[in-house]
Design a protein around this ligand. Structure first.
Ligand SMILES: Nc1ncnc2c1ncn2[C@@H]1O[C@H](COP(=O)(O)OP(=O)(O)O)[C@@H](O)[C@H]1O
Ligand SMILES: Nc1ccn([C@@H]2O[C@H](COP(=O)(O)OP(=O)(O)O)[C@@H](O)[C@H]2O)c(=O)n1
Length: 701
């Protein structure tokens, strides 16, 4: 996940690939409870791994369900849950179970109803915030039915104490009233609990008031069906569980991915998965047929937001679908402007607003007043941010009309404010396909964590940048000048990848030494051949693995540095490492640390820093570093070594250490690490187009 202050997305060109979406939270916890109440073992695939599902899994284990997580690395989100068959084991029923449910409303509510009917003694509590979330309407409905529930804190709120009752004590003959106009979760809870006691007669629930969030009740009804319960739905006002109903495990069930999360990738395919061709060898033509395949949800999904598929089709997306996947290609291009009532897909409709940027006219999305009362006033937010990109936007009380920028020149490189709203952030990432080839800045990118922490990683895995658009910041300079320190801090601040090119030379030196190959000109070819065979991994926690072995420490000794320097003077060795270094240039950007980053490897990089410090300072810094790592050294030896290394690096024939002509010089002898990093970031920011545009639009406002 990107936790940086902002994320700059370079201009993107096309999309192609597969994306596995995270499972839906609402479906995950419903399926877990249904499996727990059923007879038999249910294998649940693609369960969402989140705090709320972990809470539910733990509660189910306490109730006596066997829960086994798959050990197959390809299916770690598969679980085998053996249900209770509608009854607690006598030993469990005999004592009071304490269930702690964190802040998981999708666990607290349905469990309250189920446990009140299951027969047993329970105390249910959660975090402080959970004790402020009302549950009174559900408890009222259960008490009318004959259940025995006490409030242990405030009336109407958890924590709760549940006492056992027998089916004979319940009033199942008359309809059970429940309020439907506050939260549909109470109705869901009753619908999932009542099949436990409906063997002898029909059981009816009567909804008081207009039922809100019908799509969520639809999900509940669909899942009940899969577990053997066919609920009769009378106009969303009365629901009847027929006599004789009992839970039966479907044996295997896939948790659907979240359909609103799918909307970004559906839009991605419609915008960027076009066909193209290029000349091949011998006058042939290579045809490229791109598509974006979304794994985890299909067009037959039980989630309301899946109807986004129809809206995207109306705009031009070409979509095919299977039971658990969608495949999207560009259909009509440019996209078709639409005028649509979006009341049935309020969340996913925001993605249509992003698609409107690529349409052939004005798109109007209507009946979306609910946008005003979500995470932020989404209508105002979308209008403001779309305008920053150069679109013309009309905003009404319950509609938005979007006309894309008139032509390439009218597109602006915008810094998108995201209002702590995950959907704003995800929508505007799609603006990076603009025909002007300008980057898009997404502020506070971590707001996507609410539903899709890995969103940007998933996006980057399926797109190709405009050639040359992925930025590289080069940090070159002599040994111990602080390149590695500064480069890694700059990379962390920007969310960029890091290339420690020195490590590649160090690894080469180590591998050659281990293979008994002398590091000299006579053996350069042999070392180059060895490089082609090396299996090198840089782990996210900055360890270095060679053929799986952690060599992070082994390559940091001064001897390894010297061997690196020897090998690096050999042209064949340098050549063998070029491609490996170019491969580090990936979305969203790269900070490269070395000797020849700006001069040889990335000569077109938009920012090059030449970092220096006095030899005395550098010897002292290196000494401190080595002592901290427990590697013995003296300052005098180190200074002699580093001066020898500087001399060799600067005087070798191939790629000598020197500042690139367009490099900015930074002598950090007398400044702190933080100051050095801040200086590099300030220089970088100056080269970005966002500040100038913001100043321009402020001046013209
Ligand atoms: N102003 C500064 N800028 C960068 N590094 C500094 C600075 N002052 C002290 N250092 C320290 O210098 C040491 C050497 O830096 P390092 O990044 O390993 O150098 P290089 O990669 O150039 O060999 C580190 O321990 C770092 O914390
Ligand atoms: N791009 C690079 C990086 C390192 N090197 C060589 O590899 C050696 C080790 O690099 P490093 O960056 O890990 O070294 P330090 O500056 O940390 O001592 C250097 O002394 C250079 O000789 C190079 O030639 N070109």
């Amino acid at each position: 996940m990107f936790t940086t202050a902002f994320l700059d997305i370079p201009a993107l060109q096309s999309a192609n690939g597969e994306v596995q979406l995270p499972g839906s939270k609402s479906i995950s916890n419903r399926v877990l409870l249904l499996a727990a109440l059923s007879q038999g073992t249910t294998t649940i695939h693609d369960l969402l791994d989140s705090d709320d599902t972990q809470v539910m899994l733990k509660a189910l284990e306490q109730l006596g369900c066997a829960v086994v997580r798959s050990t197959d690395p390809a299916h770690l989100n598969s679980y085998h849950v053996t249900g209770l068959g509608g009854h607690l084991a006598p030993a469990t029923a005999a004592r009071t179970l304490q269930l702690f449910l964190g802040n998981a409303g999708t666990a607290m509510r349905p469990l309250t109803a189920a446990l009140a009917l299951l027969g047993g003694n329970f105390e249910m509590s959660g975090v402080a915030r959970m004790h402020e979330r009302p549950i009174g309407d559900l408890v009222d409905a259960l008490r009318q039915l004959g259940c025995r529930i006490d409030y242990l804190g405030n009336e109407g709120y958890p924590p709760l104490r549940i006492h056992p009752v027998t089916t004979a004590q319940l009033h199942l003959q008359t309809p059970i009233p429940v309020r439907g106009d506050v939260s549909s979760q109470f109705l869901t809870a009753l619908l999932m609990a009542l099949p436990l006691v409906g063997r002898q007669q029909d059981v009816t629930i009567e909804v008081m008031g207009e039922l809100i969030s019908k799509p969520y009740i639809h999900i509940t009804l669909e899942l009940l069906q899969r577990f053997g319960i066919a609920v009769k739905n009378d106009s969303w006002q009365r629901f009847t569980i027929p006599a004789g109903s009992h839970y039966q495990s479907p044996r295997e069930i896939h948790v659907e991915a979240d359909a609103s999360s799918a909307s970004y990738f559906i839009a991605l395919g419609a915008i960027a998965a076009g066909k193209s061709s290029k000349p091949g060898p011998n006058n042939s033509t290579i045809h490229i047929d791109r598509s974006v395949k979304v794994l985890g949800v299909g067009a037959q999904s039980i989630q309301g937001d899946i109807r986004f598929v129809d809206a995207a089709r109306a705009m031009g997306a070409a979509i095919t679908s299977g039971p658990n996947w969608l495949e999207i290609r560009r259909g009509n291009w440019p996209l078709q402007a639409i005028d649509m009532d979006c009341n049935h897909i309020p969340d996913a409709a925001m993605t249509l607003a992003a698609m409107a940027l690529y349409a052939n006219g004005t798109t109007t999305l209507r009946n979306i007043a609910s946008w005003r009362v979500k995470e932020t006033d989404r209508l105002a937010a979308m209008a403001t941010e779309l305008r920053k990109l150069g679109a013309t936007v009309e905003e009404g009380a319950d509609y938005i009309s979007i006309t894309p920028p008139a032509d390439r020149e009218a597109w602006r490189p915008a810094s998108i404010h995201t209002y702590d709203d995950h959907r704003v952030a995800m929508c505007f990432s799609l603006a990076a396909f603009n025909p002007a080839g300008v980057p898009v800045r997404i502020e506070d990118p971590k707001c996507v964590a609410k539903t899709f922490p890995g969103y940007f990683e998933a996006l980057f895995s399926a797109v190709r940048p405009v050639p040359g658009s992925v930025p590289v910041i080069c940090v070159d300079g002599p040994t111990a000048s602080g390149k590695g320190t500064v480069a890694s801090a700059v990379a962390a601040a920007l969310g960029y990848h890091l290339l420690d090119s020195g490590a590649l030379y160090r690894i080469t030196g180590l591998a050659a030494t281990r293979a008994g190959i002398p590091i000299d000109a006579d053996h350069a070819g042999q070392i180059a051949a060895l490089i082609a065979q090396l299996d090198i991994t840089f782990t996210p926690d900055q360890r270095v693995l060679l053929d799986g072995e952690d060599i992070s420490l082994a390559i940091r000794s001064e001897e390894a540095g010297m061997n690196a320097s020897l090998g690096s003077a050999l042209p064949a060795v340098r050549q063998a490492l070029v491609q490996m270094q170019h491969d580090f240039r990936q979305l969203p950007g790269l900070v490269a640390d070395g000797r020849d980053m700006g001069t040889v490897i990335f000569p077109l990089a938009p920012l090059k820093i030449y970092l220096t410090a006095s030899a005395a300072q550098r010897a002292q810094r290196r000494h401190k570093q080595l002592i901290e790592k427990g590697i013995p050294a003296t300052i005098a030896d180190l200074r002699a070594d580093l001066e020898a290394r500087d001399a060799r690096d600067m005087n070798r024939a191939t790629a000598p250490l020197q500042a690139a002509q367009d490099a900015l010089l930074l002598d950090n002898s007398d400044i702190t690490v933080e100051e050095a990093v801040a200086q590099v970031l300030a220089w970088w920011e100056k080269r970005q187009p966002f500040a100038a545009v913001a100043a321009h639009s402020q001046a013209s406002a």
